[in-house]
Structure formats: structure tokens, C-alpha cells
Design a binder for this molecule. Structure first.
Ligand SMILES: [Ca+2]
Ligand SMILES: [Ca+2]
Length: 426
């Protein structure tokens, strides 16, 4: 809460000081009335609706937040429905084909002939399992290795060489090590499509930061501490998107609930946005130009960029002016959303850096000293947020988030949202 009685100078002095400040480019693009408006907003005279002193209520044309703009696609939208091959296949097709029916290795399509991904970078961002180390309870044939479910190819035709296949194991399983604990939003399981798809009709999905042991079963895992579980009894046709709700884990296992061959075309692990872990956390900045423009204004939950409405930060014209927040814990961060001031001076936020680290930043740190530091994630932004920009961070780990200008200028932000999830202690 900011003080409502912080300004005690007579009005004439207020205007004079406001003009003087404007003349010194303290608030370039704003005349003295802007400072007056700001001070009036902090004075008891302002009405509770946050209206301006002249009685009008500013309207902001705020586009929807980018993290809400794209609803997750339903897997059925991604792939046309395929015929239920089980209904068509004769009973003997329910067994894995004899080895001589497997495509000879020398005839298997070389990797470069597989469908090309639109963008390797984009695919890695959307599917964290891609290319990670996978294993399974056993491997039926050389062409059906565990890695086939993380090769980026969802083709479910076994003979195209991108489908896994275990032996007829009790509680056959497949799993992947993501190499880092992340907050998972969705796991998409892609089934074999050419036959035998009904083998994947009763299975579990587990997520944990603790590795799964080879002999663990759904019976033991569903009660294991700190292990997220989900029981599926619908056959993916060809895929099922399973909501995980931000459960944090490094290891993902798909395991049958019976003795059966386990075949998977692909398993995709998609990250969640998490929640705004910066909300209400301790924030600081290089300096504060006025009591109403404190660092906490950027983590108060209001993205209102109108300075007069009292939810925007403002430093002095400092060299490498900065704002930062301490999340209070190490989080896995998926994106950082920066909301700009909107009533004026938006171009001040046209050349800045965003830093993330597990270690605190020093007050004297500059972009030059910070950007190359070990353990610091950094992003250089040269586009003015209008009014906001969502900066994808992959799944970076960090506790401290800093926004810092590249030069000497006033820094003001309406809000900084750090989307992510708290990580359990290592
Ligand atoms: Ca595959
Ligand atoms: Ca705010």
C-alpha cells in the first residue's frame, strides 16, 4: 500500500516542481500535468475507481495475454481419425510380427528420409522428451528401440521404423529421462496404428524426480511418494493428450497394467506455463523516483500501464537502471512476461536485458558484467513491449529475475510476470 499523504507541498509548488522535472526530461513526453496527475492519484481526492483527476477513466486496449492466446490443441485436431485397426485385423495380427516380417535393418529408412521437423528448435521447446535418453523393459527387435518414441516422428506404422516394441513382459514399461526436473503440462502418448493398437488400452503414466526402478509396477508406483500417476483405459487413436497439471518431474514412465507387448509411436512431454511465481515477492530497483513508483508495483498483480493509476515502477535516470525480484525459491521458469508503461514514454523500454540466476545480482552489476556469467540466463530485448512481451525461457532454473536497461534511462514497468513452478529441493 502506498501512502496517500506523502505529498504535502502546496499545489503551486507541485506544479512548479513538476515543470522543473519535466524540463529536466525526468518524465520526457510528459508535461507538468502528468506529475500532478500522478500526485493527485496518490492524494485522497482521487476516486476509488482509479479514474483520472478530470473524472475520466482511461481505457487500455490490452490484447489478451500471450500465454492465454493459444489454447492447447486437442490431439484429435492434430491428427485425422484413423480406422480402428484392431477391428479389422485378424487375431494373429494381435501378436507381434515374426522377426522376418520386421524390415531388414539395411532396408529401414535412413534417418534423413523421415519427415523433417518444421524447426528443430521449436520442436525441442514444445516437446522436452525429444531426443532424450529412453529405455524400456525389453526390446523385441533391433528396429523397435526405446529411442523410437522420442525421435520426433509420430508415425504409428510399425514398418516405417519409428515405433517401440517390448517383449511380452509383465507390466511392460517405457521411460525417458528429461535430464532436468520441469513442470509438465501435458504428456501426449502416440499409439501404433497399423495393427495391435488395443494393446495400449490399460496403462499408467508416472512422473517423478526419483528414477523408476526396472521391477517397479503400477501397484508400487501409484503409491510411491512424490510420484504423479495417471491411469488410462482408453486406447489412443492415434494419440491421447494427458493433462499433468504442472507436476514436477525428471522421469516419465508409461507402463502397462498387465502382461502385454508395449508399443509406442511417440511420447511427447510438454511444459506448462506454471503460475506467476513473482506475484507479491520482494522486489527492488536501482532507485525510486517517487514513492508511488516503487519496485513492488511490478509484482502487485495489476498490469495497468497507466502511470497515474499507481501500479507502475519508475527509477531515476540511472546508468543501467534495473528492477529485480527474488522469487524466494528456485523455480523452473517457462516464460517471463514484461508489461510496459502505456500512458507515455514507452520507448524507454526499447533496449534492455532480462537475466535469470540462482544467485543474487549485485547492485553494481551491468549487462556487460552479467550476460556472460556462469549460471546466468540472459536475453537481450530490442523491441518495445506494446503493451507486453512474453519471453520464452525454455525451462531455465532460477530464483532471481532482473530487468536491466542497456544504457542510462528511466526504467518503468507495469508488471513482470515470471511463469513457472517451484522446484523441490535437490
Ligand atoms: Ca517415433
Ligand atoms: Ca503493476
Amino acid at each position: 500500500m502506498r501512502s496517500r499523504s506523502s505529498w504535502t507541498l502546496p499545489k503551486d509548488c507541485r506544479l512548479a516542481l513538476g515543470c522543473a522535472l519535466a524540463a529536466g526530461s525526468l518524465l520526457s513526453g510528459c508535461d507538468g500535468s502528468e506529475m500532478t496527475a500522478r500526485r493527485d492519484a496518490a492524494a485522497p481526492a482521487v476516486d476509488a475507481s482509479g479514474g483520472l483527476p478530470d473524472g475520466t477513466v482511461p481505457s487500455l486496449d490490452v490484447p489478451p495475454r500471450t500465454d492465454e492466446a493459444a489454447p492447447p490443441l486437442d490431439s484429435s485436431q492434430l491428427q485425422p481419425d484413423l480406422p480402428a485397426t484392431d477391428d479389422l485385423a485378424p487375431p494373429q495380427d494381435l501378436l507381434p510380427p515374426p522377426l522376418d516380417l520386421f524390415p531388414p535393418l539395411d532396408q529401414a529408412p535412413p534417418p534423413q528420409e523421415r519427415p523433417a521437423l518444421d524447426s528443430t528448435t521449436d520442436a525441442k521447446e514444445s516437446n522436452l522428451a525429444l531426443g532424450k535418453e529412453a529405455s524400456q523393459s525389453s526390446t523385441y527387435a533391433a528396429g523397435a528401440v526405446a529411442a523410437s518414441a522420442v525421435d520426433g516422428n509420430t508415425d504409428g506404422n510399425f514398418y516405417d521404423g519409428s515405433v517401440t516394441n517390448t517383449n511380452l513382459d509383465a507390466y511392460a514399461w517405457w521411460q525417458v529421462d528429461l535430464q532436468e526436473a520441469v513442470a509438465i503440462d501435458t504428456i501426449v502418448v502416440w499409439n501404433r496404428t497399423d495393427s495391435a493398437s488395443s494393446r495400449l488400452s490399460d496403462y499408467w503414466v508416472f512422473v517423478s524426480t526419483t528414477p523408476f526402478e526396472p521391477l517397479e509396477t503400477p501397484t508400487t508406483l501409484k503409491n510411491r511418494v512424490a510420484t504423479w500417476n495417471n491411469h488410462q483405459t482408453v486406447t489412443p487413436n492415434p494419440s491421447t493428450a494427458i493433462p499433468v497439471g504442472g507436476a514436477v518431474g525428471r522421469y516419465v514412465r508409461v507402463q502397462l497394467n498387465k502382461t502385454e507387448y508395449l508399443t509406442l509411436a511417440e511420447v511427447e512431454v510438454k511444459l506448462g506455463n506454471g503460475t506467476n511465481v513473482a506475484l507479491g515477492k520482494p522486489a527492488s530497483q536501482s532507485s525510486t523516483i517517487a514513492k508511488g513508483a516503487v519496485a513492488a508495483s511490478a509484482v502487485d498483480g495489476s498490469t495497468d500501464g497507466n502511470f497515474a493509476n499507481g501500479s507502475v515502477t519508475n527509477t531515476n535516470s540511472d546508468p543501467y537502471a534495473w528492477w529485480q525480484v527474488d522469487l524466494g525459491f528456485v523455480a523452473t521458469i517457462s516464460s517471463i512476461v514484461i508489461w510496459n508503461r502505456t500512458d507515455c514514454c514507452t520507448a524507454r523500454l526499447s533496449d534492455y536485458w532480462v537475466f535469470v540466476s540462482e544467485s543474487p545480482f549485485a547492485a553494481t552489476d551491468t549487462p556487460a558484467t552479467t550476460q556472460g556469467r556462469a549460471g546466468v540466463w540472459s536475453s537481450h530485448q530490442t523491441t518495445v513491449p506494446s503493451p507486453s512481451v512474453s519471453i520464452a525461457t525454455g525451462s531455465v532454473r532460477g530464483r532471481y529475475v532482473r530487468v536491466q536497461l542497456s544504457g542510462t534511462e528511466y526504467l518503468h514497468v507495469a508488471e513482470v510476470q515470471v511463469m513457472g513452478s517451484e522446484l523441490p529441493p535437490p
